[in-house]
Design a protein around this ligand. Structure first.
Ligand code: ZN
Length: 309
């Protein structure tokens, strides 16, 4: 069993409009855009990152906005709901705030005793804001103060026809099975960061998801550094997993592997971070390109739609 994995690092999803995506995460949810770059594997598309002030691991929601992409089909074999922490007692205020924007399917419920506000993103993405004590500092602005600001991720929720193999995998990765409520089982990584929860929702009758706008593309788990990442990679390979080589994503190092239920997992390093190529005070403002794509800058600046205004 591994001990290097510390919770979520980032969650990456697909969108149909960079402009709408940016407005939703900054103006509605009040996160900070911490990086404006391109998909390193397909540089005609943005890669936008939103999080806390520094883009700390465990706070960063990222998107590949493919203009006019068709919506994904909800189902199994995917991450259903991405959850963020909000301060206790603010669910009602959040529901009211979301109601003042054009946000679909706002509801409230309780899971494992925690109060949640559920709602859809611009492409039918499913999100929850979960009330919990959390000492991470929120980014503030856009009418959201520290009293209600999002603290970072709470959890990601995998929707699976059969959760057995993924439960075993999470256990191998260092997660403890905490409790079960209905068809949802909660896993928590001891000694992890504040984004230390994964829920598995078992839906044996539900068909497979189809990926598109609003779908989660992958979830990334945090390890401290490259040495810990190599230990995880070796252990996964020794157990029979097909894991990619280590890939340089400029702001972290990444390895990827496909889980039995169909969800793509990444393990990402907390180093070097988003201030690697711009000052913390100006994160996310300029278009940053990895050195291998810098020669495309003039073409990309024309091609990529403006995300503000
Ligand atoms: Zn990633």
């Amino acid at each position: 069993m591994l001990s290097q994995i510390k919770g979520l690092h980032h969650v990456t999803s697909l969108a149909s409009s960079a402009r709408e995506n940016n407005a939703f995460f900054t103006n509605v949810l009040g996160l900070r855009r911490v990086k404006k770059t391109v998909n390193f594997d397909a540089p005609d598309v943005y890669h936008l990152y939103y999080g806390d002030e520094a883009g700390s691991p465990g706070t960063v929601m990222t998107y590949f906005p493919f203009p006019h992409a068709a919506r994904g089909k909800r189902g199994t074999g995917e991450v259903g709901t991405t959850s963020f922490v909000i301060p206790k007692g603010t669910a009602k205020s959040w529901a009211e705030r979301l109601g003042t924007f054009d946000i679909a399917n706002i509801t409230q419920d309780t899971r494992f005793g925690e109060t949640r506000v559920l709602f859809d993103g611009p492409d039918g993405d499913r999100f929850a804001l979960v009330e919990k004590d959390d000492d991470r500092a929120p980014w503030t602005g856009n009418g959201i103060g520290a009293d209600m600001g999002i603290r970072g991720f709470h959890s990601a929720d995998m929707r699976l026809r059969d959760g057995g193999a993924s439960s075993e995998l999470l256990t191998f990765m260092g997660y403890d099975k905490l409790e079960t409520e209905g068809n949802v089982t909660r896993f928590v990584v001891p000694g992890g960061n504040a984004a230390n929860v994964i829920d598995i929702e078992t839906l044996p009758e539900v068909g497979h998801a189809g990926q598109g706008a609003g779908s989660v593309h992958h979830i990334a788990f945090a390890v401290e550094n490259r040495a810990r990442q190599l230990e995880v990679r070796e252990a996964l390979i020794d157990t029979g997993w097909q894991v990619t080589p280590v890939i340089d994503r400029d702001y972290f190092w990444a390895i990827y592997f496909r889980t039995p239920g169909g969800v793509l997992f990444e393990v990402a390093t907390n180093e070097p971070g988003f201030d690697r190529d711009e000052d913390t005070a100006h994160l996310g403002e300029a278009l940053k390109l990895p050195s291998q794509h810098e020669h495309l800058r003039a073409r990309l600046e024309k091609l990529l739609e403006p995300i503000e205004g």
